[in-house]
Design a protein around this ligand. Sequence first.
Ligand SMILES: [Zn+2]
Length: 254
Amino acid sequence: MFNLSWLERWSWLAFSKIEKGEFCKYCVLFYKSEYAGKSMNSPPISLVIQPFCNWKHAISIFNNHQNNEDRKFSKLKAVEFSKIIDQKQNDIIVQMQGLALRGEHDFGELSLNTPIKNYGNFRSLLRYRIESGDNLFLNHIQNCNKNASYISANVQNDIVSVISEYMQHYICDKIRKEKYFAILADETKYISHVEQFSLCIRYLEKSSNFEKDNTYIIREDFLQFVPVHSTVGSELDNTIISTLTSLGLNLKNA
Ligand SMILES: [Zn+2]
């Protein structure tokens, strides 16, 4: 049987309720899954791709994994990644202020001196943090592997989409809780000439003091932009229906 104290004994161990087994959280995220179980030094498949449920041999397998060099490397990558993710408030500030993240030359190493050209808000904010005395981040920028700085445009885009997904889930959860909603969809042409909807939801939300004052607040929340391939009425209808369904909203309540 699975033993709860294992989670304390091996800090990399994580139990998945959904998969009903254990994983090495570092290797799941930072080990190339196709190499799992390939050699003496690679972590077993059942800690990376599949849930580990071999309770009988758990202790010896976990001990082996504890000393495994590849696991140590996965952990190192995770530590580096979490160091840099701590800096990502920059992304959030820039987006809350409605500013663009990227600049014209937004790639390569981060120069510690202010460049003559404008390299974008994101890079400026990173430099600003270093100048404000964030030595942890300075150390990362000076010593990280060239392919593991985690400030590239791809990483920025990944983080933006993670944040947007999180917010979308948060808003949709609220809508589901309040049940009834109205759809606001405005179609317009994006700068790249793609037709798109801005999809918003209008709904009533219980006030934070609802128990006492019994009042509701009218909310209008933006959910996402949806590319539209045809502007025929029925196509627009289908686009709205499929987008809302994929977000888990029940159209019977619209
Ligand atoms: Zn591992």
